[in-house]
Design a protein around this ligand. Structure first.
Ligand SMILES: [Zn+2]
Length: 210
């Protein structure tokens, strides 16, 4: 609540500007929305993946890459919400009973003030009318995924997700995250969801990272 009030105040003091052309009004103006490069085809999950599908909305090129960078490193909550709206507007997303997100480490969330994947997923939920719920938790801080070079290291590092107490899972879940790199994080989350009753786990991400 405090954060929402603060975000409103910040919008008032620092009005929203298009990250691409600087026009006042929105984080991505209507004209610059035409510059986003769509990622047309779903990625094929590996045979051993717990994910049933991986839908990527955009290519990691400007202005999408700029928006992702700003929400991550400049902590602008409004940009995360703008990305959630763009996800809804530009993707052929699969139907689901519930939308949730990849949780972030509590330490990181405290530092940034919010979890950008959650803001995206909650905004997506408002537009798509698929209910949102927090169901996963990330235990303790771990090493940053991007700093690990081997798949085995990344796998071990991501085995830190757990189901929130009393979370009841429906049959089909749509898991949202900002960037897809190796898919290890999404897969770990999908494994937990399936171990706890979900039958189908689709994923929807903003862009494909390197
Ligand atoms: Zn613009």
């Amino acid at each position: 609540m405090i954060h929402q009030a603060l975000s409103f105040l910040l919008d008032f003091i620092y009005p929203q500007m298009c990250c691409n052309c600087g026009k006042l009004g929105r984080y991505l103006c209507k004209n610059c929305q035409f510059l986003v490069e769509l990622h047309f085809f779903p990625l094929k999950p590996t045979a051993d993946s717990a994910l049933d599908s991986v839908h990527v909305a955009f290519q990691m090129t400007p202005p999408i890459s700029d928006l992702i960078h700003q929400t991550k490193y400049k902590s602008v909550i409004g940009i995360a919400r703008e990305l959630g709206k763009l996800l809804y507007l530009h993707t052929e997303y699969p139907d689901a009973d519930l939308v949730t997100c990849v949780p972030s480490a509590q330490q990181k969330q405290r530092l940034r003030g919010f979890n950008q994947a959650k803001e995206m997923a909650m905004t997506f939920s408002v537009y798509s009318q698929i209910p949102y719920q927090d169901v996963l938790l990330k235990k303790h801080s771990t090493t940053n995924q991007a700093s690990l070079s081997t798949k085995a290291d990344r796998l071990q590092n991501t085995q830190t997700y757990t189901l929130l107490p009393r979370a009841k899972l429906p049959e089909t879940i749509l898991l949202i995250d900002d960037v897809y790199t190796t898919g290890t994080t999404l897969n770990s989350c999908a494994e937990i969801l399936k171990k706890n009753g979900a039958k189908t786990v689709h994923s929807l991400v903003v862009a494909h990272g390197k």
